[in-house]
Design a protein around this ligand. Structure first.
Ligand code: COI
Length: 361
């Protein structure tokens, strides 16, 4: 499919790197693609970044038929522009599409469109060691109608945002509130997708945690409210020592239909296994976490996601009971963070073939 390009005539000034934060600034261009039932996906264009004109009856505004993705683009020290496993994001976009009845998009075409957009806005990729260009692909129902049914038209877009670190406090360990009132998702629902509704459902719990002085929420399963699912917008990992002087294990909740199939999660598992670490994808209850901590066997806890990469956890509050870890990032989290970011920024050899070069500066 041809991509029509209209360049922006008045580029914006670039914000200073130390003011970037997360998702506050947007580049000069955006990618748009239309769908209708007659022609399928069509009309691919790169246009100057700007507001959309939406009919007030656009179905996404009423019934939430929309999904998104998140990935990052990195500038290597030698000027190469690198993406991390971009096909995985567009494969997962299609998984999300499928769940909320949006027609699939060609993965290779999405990567090509993204590559073109990045090449046009490449001056926006920050050169700072911890900064990157966050990529937000998203799709929404565009038909103007109030009947509850899958939309007959959609818009797929990609916008780009230069970002610093996700948490203002950087890679410092965070405090987590274990949420046992609100739930993020249930099996059979949307939890395994990046449907926008999941994030709406997480806001109340996040706000409650913040009011209580915590950075993020630990989500439990939606039925028994016992089993650990995710932390904030991330997958979660624990390093648990052995009762019988065997090796430590890296434990993460198994993919069960309500947990997001994180690309960083998958990369963490592959990396750790390649180092000989025993990785267990299994159910883990909050009671078990509390018990292993009491026995002195909980050595590390951390979240994994695109935005924060690895986010060490220093404390969980479970209904007033505290599970406290050391205040520093643990050796497993540190090694994973250094290796993942090393590969992403082209500082380390890409032995897994995860990095895709999409141009140079
Ligand atoms: C991620 O870290 O993968 C995310 O999806 C975070 C985003 C919702 C800001």
């Amino acid at each position: 499919m041809e991509i029509r390009t209209t360049l922006c005539l008045s580029p914006k000034p670039k914000p200073p790197v130390d003011s970037l934060g997360f998702g506050k600034y947007f580049t000069d261009h955006m990618f748009t693609l239309e769908y209708n039932t007659l022609v399928g996906w069509h009309d691919a264009s790169i246009v100057p970044y700007g507001p959309l004109s939406l009919d007030p009856a656009s179905m996404v505004l009423h019934y939430g038929q929309g999904v998104f993705e998140g990935l990052k683009c990195y500038k290597a020290a030698d000027g190469r522009i690198l993406l991390f496993r971009p096909e995985k994001n567009f494969e997962r976009l299609n998984l999300s599409h499928e769940r909320v009845c949006i027609p699939k998009i060609d993965v290779n075409f999405c990567v090509e469109a993204l590559t073109r957009l990045i090449q046009i806005d490449k001056d926006w990729i920050p050169g700072d060691p911890d900064a990157s260009l966050y990529i937000r692909p998203f799709t929404f129902a565009a038909e103007s109608a109030l009947g509850v049914h899958p939309s007959s038209s959609y818009k797929f877009m990609i916008i780009l945002s230069p970002v610093g670190s996700y948490y203002p406090e950087g890679i410092n360990p965070v405090r987590i509130y274990v949420e046992d009132e609100y739930v993020r998702a249930v099996r059979g629902g949307l939890g395994f997708t990046k449907a926008i509704a999941n994030y709406a459902s997480s806001l109340k719990g996040q706000e409650k945690a913040k009011e209580k002085g915590y950075t993020q929420v630990l989500w439990l399963d939606g039925v028994e409210r016992k089993y650990i699912e995710e932390v904030g917008t991330m997958n979660v990992f624990f390093v648990i020592g052995s009762k019988t002087s065997g090796p430590d294990e890296l434990v993460t909740p198994e993919i069960n239909g309500s947990i997001l199939r994180g690309i960083t999660r998958e990369s963490v598992i592959e990396l750790a296994r390649s180092w000989g670490v025993i990785v267990k994808e299994r159910r883990i209850s909050i009671q078990e976490l509390y018990d292993v901590h009491k026995q002195g066997l909980l050595k590390e806890a951390f979240g994994s996601g695109t935005a924060a990469v690895i986010s060490p956890i220093k404390e969980f509050n479970w209904d007033g009971r505290s599970i406290t870890l050391g205040g520093d990032i643990g050796p497993m989290a540190r090694r994973l963070y250094d290796t993942l970011t090393g590969i992403q920024y082209g500082r380390l050899p890409d032995t897994f073939g995860w990095v895709k070069e999409v141009g140079g500066l």
